[in-house]
Design a protein. Structure first.
Length: 219
């Protein structure tokens, strides 16, 4: 009896092993749905956005769009030269169109619509979903930044300076407080100057010495 039971148990175990080996792997292709209707590879890609440890913020105003992102994960390694182009997440697509990448998956696209002459802000995620935004965030603390923006943006048109200030405030809201500050990149496009412009800055969670929004030791 015990021998037969042992053989039977071994047989069942082998059968399960063979079944596992022949079952399709639902996480090896972006076009294969799991039995629950999930695209596992797309879910992996969405989660990878947070693995870089950085947060990006974008705000569309009445006549401009401002995007801000961390150049590297905080705290800043003092031995790294984060001004090196290898750390950049902002890219010029055309003279009037720029792109911000967060992690390995989410692209934030900003520019001026040539026909309507209006500022535009879009995101494209790993699933290929493209959405227009008044403001958005991606990365490690995106939900915190989005909640801040939802509370602070009243729906009134934001002029250029207020657009930058709103984006900076949202970024400060999610930054850790450290003595060195955070290396950030800022991208701006506006109706009066349609070229996509970028600049690198050092931003502290709290304004230093009464300086203005983006005058904290800029580079």
């Amino acid at each position: 009896m015990s021998s037969q039971g042992g053989v039977s148990g071994s047989s069942r175990s082998s059968s399960r092993g063979r079944a596992a080996e022949t079952e399709p792997s639902y996480d090896r292709s972006i076009t294969v749905f799991s039995p629950k209707g999930r695209l596992i590879q797309v879910e992996y890609a969405l989660k990878s956005v947070k693995l870089a440890g950085i947060t990006s913020v974008a705000v569309r105003g009445d006549d401009s769009v401002c995007v801000i992102t961390q150049r590297s994960k905080a705290p800043v390694d003092p031995l790294l030269d984060t001004t090196d182009p290898a750390f950049s997440h902002l890219f010029e697509i055309t003279e009037r169109l720029g792109m911000l990448t967060t992690g390995m998956a989410v692209a934030t696209i900003v520019g001026i619509d040539e026909e309507k002459e209006t500022p535009e802000l879009f995101t494209c995620d790993p699933a290929g979903l493209v959405l227009g935004h008044k403001a958005t965030s991606a990365g490690l603390k995106d939900l915190e930044a989005i909640k801040f923006l939802e509370e602070k943006m009243t729906g009134e048109p934001l002029p250029f300076e207020s657009t930058i200030e709103m984006a900076v405030s949202a970024m400060r809201h999610v930054l850790e407080d450290n003595r060195e500050g955070h290396d950030i990149e800022v991208g701006v496009v506006r109706k009066s100057c349609t070229a996509f412009r970028t600049v690198s800055k050092r931003l502290h969670k709290y304004p230093q010495g009464g300086q203005s929004t983006l005058d904290q030791g800029g580079r």
